[in-house]
Write a protein of this length. Structure first.
Length: 152
């Protein structure tokens, strides 16, 4: 989803997940799964609301390893089953687009986060180690899939 107009204010991750797309979709679309893997290493989640549909609310609390709670609110903007999830997050404001493509028994996942400005991007990288957090989120997803569905 990179474009020249957003390149200086976005974070991006691409991963090949070692499971079929239907399993990847399941762990993205159901709160009982996403609560188990969402967020950087050491974080856990309490999902308050997850209306997995266009204009549906996603409200949850991330519990940090430092003992602090981090309330989150997003709205799903677009969902194309087995293809695309777009959500708008508030405070800080950003748009996340995750694209999925089936590749046999594997799934390609292309994850882009676009913030409102380069300054905000740099602040979340500096203050929250957001680039590393995005990478860890992808690793936690792969680990959850591996353990949940017994694949390597």
């Amino acid at each position: 989803m990179t474009s020249e107009s957003t390149k200086n204010r976005e974070m991006h991750m691409f991963r090949v997940l070692n499971v079929p797309i239907d399993l990847v979709w399941e762990v993205w679309s159901k709160p009982e799964h996403i609560s188990q893997w969402w967020g950087p290493s050491g974080f856990t989640n309490t999902i308050k609301t997850m209306e997995f549909k266009a204009e549906g609310d996603w409200i949850f609390i991330m519990h940090g390893p430092d003992g602090k709670n981090y309330p989150n609110h997003s709205i799903f903007k677009e969902i194309i089953p087995f293809k695309k999830i777009v959500f708008e997050h508030f405070n800080p404001h950003f748009i996340t687009t995750v694209l999925f493509e089936a590749k046999g028994d594997k799934t390609e996942m292309d994850w882009t986060v676009v913030l409102d400005s380069e300054e905000i991007l740099q602040a979340v990288i500096k203050n929250h180690n957001a680039l590393e957090g995005l990478k860890q989120n992808g690793e936690k997803l792969q680990n959850y899939l591996s353990h949940k569905f017994n694949v390597s």
